[in-house]
Design a protein around this ligand. Structure first.
Ligand SMILES: [Zn+2]
Length: 131
């Protein structure tokens, strides 16, 4: 069984919206900076004024590993990537591809969701030209 997130009070709404198929990015209403992971105060200015903004759903692959020895519940090979979202913050997730050994840094990706029981987790797909 693949792991599922265990929300905290600070991350509950963010995960609930992922369960509803919407990725949001927390933004400070005082200094306008985006950040991840979700927390109740801004990591830049400390203001306790945070709102969740719907993400554009696109990003760029900054780094990745291809795992050829999968843990329980996973099917090897699969790629785990660090993505810079269009809003700026970075998010880690599985990059869906039929050819993980052909992934490249800087590849454009789009956000997708993987069903895990009653929850969803964020993953990424390669954004092909023209799609
Ligand atoms: Zn701030």
């Amino acid at each position: 069984m693949k792991p599922v997130p265990l929300p905290t009070p600070d991350t509950q709404e963010w995960f609930d919206r992922i369960d509803a198929g919407e990725l949001t990015v927390p933004r400070c209403t005082a200094c306008a900076s985006f950040f991840l992971h979700p927390r109740s105060s801004c990591p830049r200015c400390g203001a306790r004024a945070v709102e969740l903004i719907p993400a554009a759903g696109t990003g760029v692959l900054l780094s990745f590993v291809v795992n050829h020895r999968a843990p329980a519940g996973f099917e090897a090979p699969y790629a785990l990537g660090v993505v810079a979202l269009a809003e700026g913050p970075r998010l880690t997730g599985i990059v869906r591809t039929d050819a993980p050994d052909r992934l490249e840094v800087d590849a454009p990706v789009r956000v997708a969701f993987e069903e895990r029981g009653e929850r969803r987790v964020v993953c990424f797909e390669l954004k092909e030209a023209g799609r």
